[in-house]
Design a protein around this ligand. Structure first.
Ligand SMILES: C[S@@+](CC[C@H](N)C(=O)[O-])C[C@H]1O[C@@H](n2cnc3c(N)ncnc32)[C@H](O)[C@@H]1O
Length: 279
């Protein structure tokens, strides 16, 4: 392995950073502008001082590396991120893939509502995967700052014509005549009581993106499920990312609200991460 990568790994490891190997590669690749293959092949690494400076900043501050670099990857695409948006997570890719499976064979126009757009990763990834379809995504968030970043990401990925952004508290600014084939959401779902048990890095992410105020962390699922019937087309789908131990509660809420074809999808760690249901 290259000496600079080793040096960065050591700085991060000594600071107790769990994913020090992946982060070291990310820092060296992005600041040098070289791929890992080229680094290993011995290409000259530029900006070494900057690389070390960023590694030290990460080690000392514990600010997530993605915020320091200003970007993160999601489904192979680079997304701008800052302190106003949640850093896209790997498990959210499962949600996108499941939504894609639901819609990939549609021939009619597809309308999607993304509640809590954040960085825009779900809306942009779906728009990109369904690029050949007649698709319109309405992406809402309560945070104007998040919408600004999502808009920048959609613009950078050339998806502006597919996604409309709107500030809305869940459904508050959705009009009665707006109907969707799919309502997708990765809402805030960490119970506020768990705040003190979180990794230090998570505390740098926006509270509005992380926390639900009820004990079980399911307040947003309740709100979204309760009024979904007003905004879903006949046979439309609801798709959620959920937190650990929330699958049974969300499934019961869906059953109570007459949803059918409920499907629970697990991640590689065998944790149920995604729930899909049909009206
Ligand atoms: C867990 S983050 C998800 C961000 C992004 N969709 C993702 O998957 O990475 C939840 C998002 O919901 C937004 N949010 C929180 N409360 C909301 C509300 N009442 N109405 C709409 N959006 C809300 C937050 O601002 C945040 O962007």
């Amino acid at each position: 392995m290259n000496a600079i990568i080793k040096q960065v790994e050591k700085i991060l490891f000594n600071a107790g950073i769990e994913e020090y190997k992946q982060e070291a590669k990310l820092i060296v690749e992005s600041i040098s502008g070289l791929s890992l293959d080229k680094i290993i092949a011995g290409f000259e690494i530029r900006n070494i001082d900057k690389i070390i400076e960023i590694a030290q900043k990460r080690a000392e501050s514990k600010v997530p590396v993605q915020y320091i670099l200003g970007f993160s990857y999601f489904m192979g695409e680079k997304y701008i991120v800052n302190k106003d948006v949640l850093i896209p997570r790997d498990e959210t890719e499962i949600l996108v893939i499941e939504c894609y499976k639901l819609l990939k064979d549609r021939n009619k126009k597809i309308d999607i509502l993304d509640i809590g757009v954040g960085s825009g990763c779900i809306s942009c990834a779906l728009a990109k995967k369904l690029i050949d379809k007649d698709i319109e995504i309405l992406a809402v968030d309560i945070s104007s700052e998040a919408i600004k970043i999502a808009l920048e990401n959609a613009d950078k990925l050339d998806l502006i014509r597919k996604i409309v952004f709107r500030k809305s508290d869940v459904y508050s600014k959705i009009r009665d005549f707006e109907k969707f084939d799919l309502i997708v959401s990765n809402p805030p779902y960490i119970p506020i009581a768990e705040k003190c048990n979180l990794q230090k890095e998570v505390c740098f992410e926006p509270k509005v993106a992380l926390f639900a105020t009820d004990i079980e962390g399911v307040e947003f699922y309740k709100k979204i499920i309760k009024d979904a019937y007003k905004f879903l087309k006949i046979g439309g789908f609801l798709a959620f990312e959920i937190g650990i131990n929330q699958a049974d509660i969300v499934r019961d809420l869906l059953i109570e609200n007459n949803f059918k074809n409920i499907k629970l999808i697990k991640d590689l760690a065998n944790i149920t991460r995604v729930v899909i249901a049909q009206i």
